[in-house]
Design a protein around this ligand. Structure first.
Ligand code: UTP
Length: 288
């Protein structure tokens, strides 16, 4: 079966909801505890065997590139000052055989438009997409759960989770067809439906494994009312050519693109970090 070696991470969004923090620092570089959000997604990709990470980015977001470059000068300084214990945090070994590419998205014309920029890097292989805003915490990673189905079915697969009616209008929503084991065939998909038009309560969340045929469909997808090319619309169009599966993600998901989700993730991960959790519990108890 086909091995997935490339992942696309779109990080060119304006991050309006995190202004003013996102003015000089890309929102993807804001840390959950001590690690930038985007690094959690990169590690999830590397864990399933991804060798090339393609960022769709903008010149404003140079610090992301700096973050994934080796820094030999600081490594030397750490060594000289007896702090070699920190070197793997600075220049992680797991990054050493990974290629990082940066593609500029000149105008922020939406997620679909962002993905389309990766076309020439992907060629004709299936590839992963990770939206770094969505932080997934689970024993078996979200991408790994998708990989099982991709390997079985040799088809595109996207992660979904169950959303309550009040929030469904914020997401891409699938119309599920037949289900075997945990692979749900997608009959239809619709971007941001109103609650009464939503075909189910299963919303697309930020992990995908897609066939490269998606590019052909992205090219023929029209701008929506808000002037964006939606990935969901291209996936809907791809459905007329090939089967696409959904997998209900098993694990926790934090929407770190919103303030509530960001704080939720911070608290949850702090409570699990043994080096600080006792202090954090004490601090939370003391807050009136
Ligand atoms: P969001 O909808 O969260 O938009 O994009 P945003 O701009 O990042 O944040 P807000 O809504 O202004 O606060 C979902 C993902 O798609 C990327 C974003 O970086 C994010 O990872 N994206 C979005 C692009 O790369 N390019 C775009 O044109 C739009």
């Amino acid at each position: 079966h086909e091995v997935i070696t490339k992942a696309v991470l779109p990080v060119a969004g304006l991050g309006t909801r995190f202004l003013p923090a996102s003015k000089a620092i890309p929102k993807e570089m804001l840390p959950i505890i001590d690690k930038p959000l985007v690094q959690y997604a990169v590690e999830e990709a590397i864990e399933i065997g991804i060798k090339e990470i393609i960022f769709i980015t903008s010149p404003e977001k140079y610090s992301i590139e700096k973050h994934f470059n080796r820094n030999d000068e600081i490594e030397l300084r750490l060594e000289k000052s007896g702090k070699s214990g920190f070197i793997d945090k600075l220049n992680p070994k797991i990054f050493s055989d990974i290629k990082f590419h940066y593609i500029n998205q000149e105008n922020q014309n939406g997620l679909g438009h962002a993905i389309l920029q990766a076309e020439k890097f992907i060629g004709d292989e299936s590839f992963a997409i990770l939206l770094p805003d969505d932080l997934f915490v689970s024993k078996k990673s979200c991408l790994n759960q998708l990989l099982d189905i991709h390997t079985n079915k040799n088809a595109s697969v996207i992660a979904v989770n169950i959303i309550d009616e009040d929030n469904i209008h914020n997401y891409g929503v699938i119309n599920p067809g037949s289900q075997k084991d945990d692979a749900i065939e997608i009959d239809d998909i619709i971007e941001k439906p109103s609650a009464d038009k939503a075909p189910s309560n299963m919303a697309v969340c930020g992990r995908y494994i897609l066939s490269s045929n998606i590019f052909k469909h992205l090219k023929s997808t029209e701008f929506d009312k808000s002037g964006e090319i939606q990935l969901t619309d291209a996936i809907k169009s791809l459905l007329s050519d090939e089967k696409i599966y959904a997998k209900i993600y098993e694990g926790e998901k934090f929407d770190c693109g919103s303030k509530q989700g960001f704080v939720h993730a911070t608290i949850a991960l702090a409570l699990r970090d043994k080096s600080i959790s006792d202090d954090i519990i004490k601090i939370i108890k003391e807050i009136d």
